[in-house]
Write a protein that binds this ligand. Structure first.
Ligand code: PMP
Length: 365
């Protein structure tokens, strides 16, 4: 018997996580490169200070003020969706939101599905909640073929479908017809989770799945403050869904899972939403320019609706990744064999990346 006596299926498994290296240009975890202004920092600090005066008490378990702030933000982002606070739930990052969804809607004897290549945490939520995990496949352009997706739903009768839009690591957004078709195929027996962690970066003309909420009560749309909101350090993810789905999550959430400090900081950040989201347009332009540059270099590049770009293909992608790191640029070795993923940074960071890539002599695959 090995020590410690961990569950057998977890023995020897490396914990998930990209390397956290201290290098000048960090383009590996799809963060927003822009820091909050001094004014926003001061407001967040003052709000946290006020919350600290009551730290002897447990926080608001229902985080009412924060839910109101999140619902107001979603109404401003997607006015058609008319989201109310009762439809909103939040946790410490959208990772925790999705784990809670699997705790409530997955579990032993239940099945969750997605379509690879996709976000590598999904199978971990399934494993940790003892949910059977089945993965279908995307096409060569990383789109989901509707007929094949329907067939997989017929075959597996899933309780949870995880559909990132835009997808990580490919950047592919889902057309609303795919979301609708899968909500209908899954029916009342399960939920369809559209993970819009990168939703705000979608190209114009690509609608959010939030617009479909009033048509499908089995639809859940998750979002996060980590990316567009430039709040990865906040750890605040959330969802919008039928209030009955929020009630179901209440059964599995730990009491007071959102600390008073988190609630105060996130509510303060929401008050500064226009500033924090102010770089989204710039990042989208920078992303499109990066796609064009990589293509002009003769590389294969996946269309991206996110704040990162998947490019390749390299016979030895690790050598390219290493060569960039040696030049002070950290990107991510992820996705299908031969591909690499780079997050969109500031114009200066993008220049550093381009110079380093040209220098590595890997620009021509
Ligand atoms: N979904 C996707 C597709 C992601 O890429 C990430 C983070 N990399 C998350 C969810 C989780 O983000 P967070 O927990 O910071 O909200």
């Amino acid at each position: 018997m090995s020590w410690p006596p961990i569950r057998e299926e977890l023995a020897g498994i490396e914990p998930y996580g990209a390397p956290q290296l201290d290098v000048p240009v960090q383009l590996n975890v799809n963060e927003n490169p822009y820091q909050p202004s001094a004014e926003t920092v001061a407001d967040i600090a003052a709000s946290v200070g006020a919350a600290a005066r009551n730290l002897n008490r447990y926080p608001d378990r229902e985080f009412v003020a924060l839910r109101e702030g999140l619902a107001a933000y979603l109404r401003s982002d997607v006015p058609k969706a008319e989201i109310t606070p009762e439809q909103v739930w939040a946790a410490n990052g959208s990772n925790e939101v999705m784990l809670q969804l699997l705790q409530a809607f997955g579990g032993p004897g239940r099945t969750a599905i997605s379509f690879a290549p996709t976000y590598s945490m999904y199978p971990e939520y399934a494993r940790d909640t003892n949910t059977e995990w089945v993965v279908g496949h995307r096409e060569t352009d990383f789109a989901i073929d509707l007929e094949k997706a329907r067939a997989l739903v017929e075959e597996t009768r899933p309780h949870v479908v995880l559909l990132p839009s835009p997808n990580n690591p490919t950047g592919t957004a889902l057309p609303p017809e795919t979301v609708t078709a899968l909500c209908e195929a899954v029916g009342e027996a399960g939920i369809v989770v559209v993970d819009e962690a990168y939703g705000e970066f979608r190209r114009s003309g690509v609608p959010s799945a939030l617009e479909l909420l009033d048509r499908h009560r089995n639809l859940v749309v998750t979002r996060t403050m980590s990316k567009a909101f430039a709040g990865a350090g906040l750890r605040l993810g959330y969802l919008a869904a039928d209030p009955a789905i929020c009630d179901a999550i209440r059964v599995v959430r730990l009491p007071y899972h959102l600390s008073a400090v988190t609630q105060a900081a996130a509510s303060a950040a929401l008050r500064h939403a226009p500033e924090l989201l102010g770089y989204v347009a710039e990042l989208r332009e920078e992303r499109d320019a990066l796609v064009d540059w990589l293509r002009a270099e003769g590389l294969e590049v996946a269309d991206s609706d996110a704040n990162f770009v998947l490019f390749g293909r390299y016979a030895d992608r690790h050598a390219v990744w290493r060569g960039l790191l040696d030049r002070g640029v950290l990107i991510r070795e992820t996705g299908p064999e031969g591909w690499l993923r780079v997050s969109v940074g500031t114009p200066q960071e993008m220049d550093a990346f381009k110079h380093a890539l040209t220098d590595v002599n890997g620009a021509r695959a």
